[in-house]
Design a protein around this ligand. Structure first.
Ligand SMILES: O=C(O)CCC(=O)C(=O)O
Length: 286
């Protein structure tokens, strides 16, 4: 087993996470975790799940590959989920008593990819509801702040409901449209034009090295990442973690990823605390 960690989360990082909904955690994982995840990502790209998609393929053949929920068959991901301190970090940041794993998602841009992730919030898409959810966004290669995922600090505490982008539209290779969810009934309220005036909205992102990690609340508005220089790729592993107040919720507008069928198969219903071997409990404060 890989040794646990090279450092602890500090009190000021917990405060930033709570106040801003996002914090960059410098040097949180050592190179053995990064190498492990990179091997897992390689295996994942070579053998994608049937949920995977190329979100973007441009005229020069540059791509953005996305996959999710591959952990059950990729040993390296499994080892990270069960044996790394990630769940403990999520528990400390969210000040939760128990942490369950939700799912993994990867975002892989080939060198020079210009693809930019649309601004969005994660929780409104999910088959769960709760304030205490967090993603660990881990680039496995160096990334400059202008190419990294960007966030609107504090937006995780806003009650505004925004238009939800249909991520199913991102499949240029696929003639039959998959994962289509029409979210248009949720809200017509477009996000402000953050890119036109990033300073006004406090848009934040960071220069990052492998081993650094951004933790963000899944209600925070985030997007960007991409517009890569010709000689730079971007390989990102993310893991999603559930804290104390999270309950299963089946949304009438639809979900992406939609876990409602597998949840039901596992005997989970709206209002339940996510659990079973689908959403394993990994860490508890006790
Ligand atoms: O890395 C990206 O481009 C998108 C990541 C993202 O939106 C997420 O992890 O929720």
């Amino acid at each position: 087993m890989i040794d646990k960690t090279i450092r602890e989360i500090t009190a000021s990082e917990v405060t930033s996470f709570q106040q801003d909904g996002v914090v960059m955690l410098k040097g949180l994982f050592d190179e053995r975790w990064v190498e492990l995840l990179d091997r897992g990502l390689e295996a994942n790209c070579n053998s994608p799940t049937d949920r995977s998609r190329i979100w973007d393929r441009d005229e020069q053949g540059r791509t953005m590959f996305w996959d999710s929920q591959a952990w059950q068959r990729i040993e390296e991901y499994k080892q990270f989920v069960f044996d790394s301190p990630a769940a403990q970090f999520a528990g400390q940041l969210m000040q939760s008593e128990q942490i369950n794993f939700f799912f993994d998602a990867v975002f892989v841009r080939s060198p020079g990819s210009q693809f930019v992730t649309p601004w969005h919030q994660d929780e409104p898409y999910w088959s769960v509801e709760g304030y205490n959810t967090c993603t660990l966004w881990m680039p496995l290669v160096p990334v400059k702040k202008e190419n990294a995922l960007a966030y609107i600090p504090g937006s995780h505490r806003s009650d505004s409901v925004f238009y939800q982008y249909n991520f199913g539209d991102l499949n240029p290779d696929c003639k039959t449209r998959v994962d289509q969810v029409d979210f248009s009934a949720v809200s017509k309220n477009e996000f402000p034009d953050f890119d036109a005036d990033p300073e006004r909205y406090g848009v934040i992102s960071w220069d990052m090295q492998p081993g650094d990690c951004v933790a963000f609340n899944s209600r925070i508005i985030h997007g960007g990442s991409g517009k890569l220089p010709q000689d730079r790729d971007l390989r990102v592993f993310t893991s999603k973690w559930l804290g104390d107040d999270v309950q299963i919720k089946f949304r009438e507008c639809g979900m992406d990823p939609d876990h409602s069928a597998v949840m039901t198969e596992h005997g989970l219903k709206p209002g339940d605390r996510p659990g079973t071997d689908l959403y394993p409990a990994i860490w508890s404060r006790a």
